[in-house]
Design a protein around this ligand. Structure first.
Ligand code: NAP
Length: 286
């Protein structure tokens, strides 16, 4: 079976560059079936979050796959309602219990709000206790990344941020590389917004290479050494998305894709007070 290429994190841990995201898979049976299919096809990175409320289903699919634990890279995320030192430790334990795991590969602070420093110190201690192989952050802009780096012991291994052809974040990519933080894309297809799958520029490149738009987008991310975690519940697309390595985009094609950057989020401005308010209000039973 083909394996996705890997990237090496700042602590030496290897992470697949192409994985599987499970946001908005609310039906447990659908989620379990999709993760089982992804593992069958060859994905070895699964990206979930406590806030997706599907860690149980992900855990069942992993347990039933029969794949050795050390061959699967599992990420989950800490939600804002569990911010702070003690709450983070308790939330971590609940997450790995739901996932039926005794350690996690990557634990991310999901949003850059509330007591992120207290959470980070708990995550550092869990890392030193070998309960987590790498710790990171998500949705942190460069000043917030530097804040975490400046007042703590461990530099985040990963920053997972919205990245797709309409929001390419080239300056942030440079900043993260300079500081040894692996960039990871969420929403590689912008969830189809701005008609991504019928974008003319992307379609022309895809047609010329006998690939699909989805494969071109994922390869464009992999070629920038950005980890991508596309989501799909459909077996055909799960396989299509995984077949996005094994070909190269030319410098000219990469430069052409650079021209469709809008420089703006297709979803959310994390500095907008209304966005902060909305995220703070998002609560779920743990
Ligand atoms: P996405 O992967 O950009 O897009 C998913 C959408 O594209 C779904 O509607 C899916 O529909 C469709 N799709 C997938 N493959 C396709 C293909 N080959 N052709 C046509 N349509 C296709 O969106 P996302 O799920 O928001 O992002 C990916 C992952 O990033 C998430 O699942 C989650 O793990 C992570 N994420 C993290 C954050 C964060 O704050 N850290 C935020 C959002 C997402 P079907 O399912 O019907 O195929």
């Amino acid at each position: 079976m083909r394996k996705a290429p890997v990237t090496t994190l700042n602590n030496g841990v290897e992470m697949p560059l192409l994985g599987f995201g499970v946001y908005q898979m609310d039906d447990p049976a659908e989620c379990e079936a999709a993760v089982a299919e992804a593992l069958r096809v060859g994905y070895r990175l699964i990206d979930t979050a406590a806030a997706y409320e599907n860690e149980h289903a992900v855990g069942r699919a992993i347990a039933q796959s029969g794949i050795p634990r050390d061959e699967i890279f599992v990420t989950t995320k800490l939600w804002v309602q569990d911010a702070g030192y003690d709450a983070t430790k308790a939330a971590f334990q609940r997450s790995i219990d739901r996932l039926q795991l005794d350690y996690l590969d990557l634990y991310l602070i999901h949003q850059p709000y509330s007591d992120v420093h207290g959470s980070w110190r708990a995550m550092e201690d869990l890392y030193y206790a070998e309960k987590i192989r790498a710790i990171g952050i998500s949705n942190f802009q460069p000043d917030r990344v530097m804040d975490i780096m400046s007042f703590n012991r461990i530099t985040p291994a990963v920053n997972q941020i919205e990245t797709h052809p309409f929001h390419q974040r080239v300056e942030e990519e440079k900043f993260l590389i300079e500081n040894g933080v692996q960039m990871q894309s969420w929403g590689p297809f912008a969830e189809g917004r701005n008609n991504l799958f019928s974008n003319i520029t992307l379609k022309e490149i895809a047609e010329a290479r006998d690939r699909t738009v989805a494969q071109v987008v994922l390869k464009w991310l992999l070629q920038r050494n950005i980890v991508a975690i596309p989501k799909s519940v459909r077996p055909g697309r799960i396989a299509e998305n995984f077949a996005s390595f094994g070909f190269d985009l030319s410098d000219e094609e990469m430069a052409t894709i650079a021209t469709i950057d809008t420089g703006e989020s297709a979803f959310i401005d994390h500095r907008d007070p209304e966005a902060v308010k909305g995220i703070a209000a998002w609560k779920f039973d743990t």
